[in-house]
Design a protein around this ligand. Sequence first.
Ligand SMILES: [Fe+2]
Length: 100
Amino acid sequence: MVLEARGLDVTPGMITLFKSVDDQSTVDALEIIYAEEVGHVAYGSKWFHFLCGRHELDPKVTFHELVQTYFKGNLKPPFNDEKRAEAGIPLDFYWPIAVS
Ligand SMILES: [Fe+2]
């Protein structure tokens, strides 16, 4: 939900970059990866919420605690809010612990 979601943030820019140098095969591969990445993040979000529910933990608070404990550095915008939402990660999961 951190690194996989980062893929949602950065892949559109990578696609634009490779389009600008007419590298269509890389663009094609990145478009597949981008489409599949939403599902990867969604699985993470689904199971994270499931496990928080099982342990009676608030998912947002728990996510913040885990990221601040185990992720070195800060979450960095810009974020792909639309695709993150599509994958089941609400804005209040990452914006409060982001550094701009
Ligand atoms: Fe992935």
